[in-house]
Design a protein around this ligand. Sequence first.
Ligand code: G6P
Length: 624
Amino acid sequence: MCGIIGYIGKQQATPILIEGLRRLEYRGYDSAGVAVLQNRELATRKKKGKIDEGLAKLVQANPIYGQVGMGHTRWATHGPPTDENSHPHLDQSGKLAVVHNGVIENFDSLKERFLEEGHTFKSATDTEVLAHLIGHHYDELMKSGKGNWTGEGTHPLAQAVMNALREVIGTYGIGVICTDHPGVMVGARRGSPLIVGVGEGEHFLASDASAIVSHTRTVIYLKDYDVVTLFPDKFKMDSLGSEVASFQLSKIEFDADAAERGKFAHYMLKEIFEQPKTVQNAIRGRLDAEDGTAKFGGLNMTTAELRAIDQIVITACGTSWHAALVGEYLIEEFAHIPVEVEYASEFRYRNAPIEKNTLVLVITQSGETADTLAGLRESKRRGHRVLSICNVVGSTIAREADGGIYLHAGPEIGVASTKAFVSQVSVLTMFALMMGRIRMLSNRRGSQIIKALEAIPDQIQKILDQSEEIKRIALKYAHAEDFFFLGRQYNFPVALEGALKLKEISYIHAEGYPAAEMKHGPIAMIDEKTPTVILAPTDALYEKTFSNLEEIKARKGPIIALATEGNDRIKEKVEDVIYLPATWEPLHPLLAVIPLQLLSYYIAVARGCDVDKPRNLAKSVTVE
Ligand code: G6P
């Protein structure tokens, strides 16, 4: 949520900032801006709207030159998306610029204080107040004669930032530059992600690795309360939390090309088509055919500790929460351990009694979702063991969890999550298998699950090969105003996910329901203009699901059925059928979600929606 990029070195900063912002745009795209130190002056350009339509054109028409600068792409929290509310924001003197990701909760009282002192504000943002606060502390330092830097200790700009942040309640990842110090940039973090890229004679500040991976692979993931002072050829780490600041250099693993769209019209389509590969990446090296189980390297738990678990709580948001629901069915089925799935935003504030031997699983693609992170911290505070299922290596949640499992799905750029969901469910399947094999699942059963899982990548490919047919169906229903998605058991979370995908990118009202619940209310909405997608694999409950299908048919609702190959009977009953290869019932979500992703994608494209950057959304939600 909001993307930050900063550069200090020998190259021209502006092109690096614009390119970095393009890569960060998935974090927010209401407006964007840059500030560059040009001839010891702050030159800023800010524009409402997406980068290529706004800021990039502005910078092209009115270029700025300088080797130190910061950029920001915004997802509005305080104040609507306007040019004025775009970052960077300046302090009262106009000498100091700030970019910020997060929320300053006490900005109102701080603003009042500065208004009384005669400050003027140009925007409605909390960030501008933060800029004034840092400027104020910087002035105080200068007045007290402590503003001269001898080259040792903490730089005065960093000191001013630290003094200001001690007054702040809220979350931040920030970048700060000042005309008095053209060779310095300060970064600080609490609650919002920020990394330092270490180059040769240059440094970068960024919200995530994708923004800088084409320049350097050596990074430092800042921890909460870290304050870093960047110079072109060195950096200094301070901490607001402790006397001694520590840091660790890490290597970015993923390939810059992995974050490219390639031949695909949208990132979302590329990511949908990557799924045979991403499932392979998730399961590679983790299946043990001989023992009929799965193995993970990073759980940091012994078999005895895993065996002692009596309950599992899974917490997550959005699509990851839907994966968690599939996980609940899988773990209860394979391992007979009771599972509770909680929205992270509710879980963190609820005083839910949790048994002593409870394992908490947090599921997150980004590893930065604020509510999920808060759920993790609350669980740890209560003394529970927390494992993360996460995609982004080195993300805050991956680092703060006691152990975890990476998805290895590569960067997911499309705001609507696709491949992460399938990888999360693949990992949950293996986790459930492992937990089952520690308890009551037989080796034979374990081997069957492994076989079924290994077949999934090819089966997904088979569904992707039907994309033209799915597109044809999508075009037929692209004008609909309401949509229903129905499924039973394992397919119920998939119905929720199908509805969410459609809502997110096409703005069609869509709801997912357990198929049998339809008759308890939503069926009142059914008419000839309201299509229903019904997940009807040939499984133990097929006949029951078929009855639900009949109920909709009787009310003239058009039906798109997802059925198992070979089910010819269903064709006569419904308007459209998408056939899926047969798999073992618990693995069906891994296949069923694919046509739903494609359906949403083609409908959104047909309606002229911006698929990769749907309105009002952001990929990484780092505010509560
Ligand atoms: C946002 C995204 C969703 C995502 C959710 C959770 O709302 O738009 O696609 O599912 O956050 O994100 P996470 O990174 O924690 O999985």
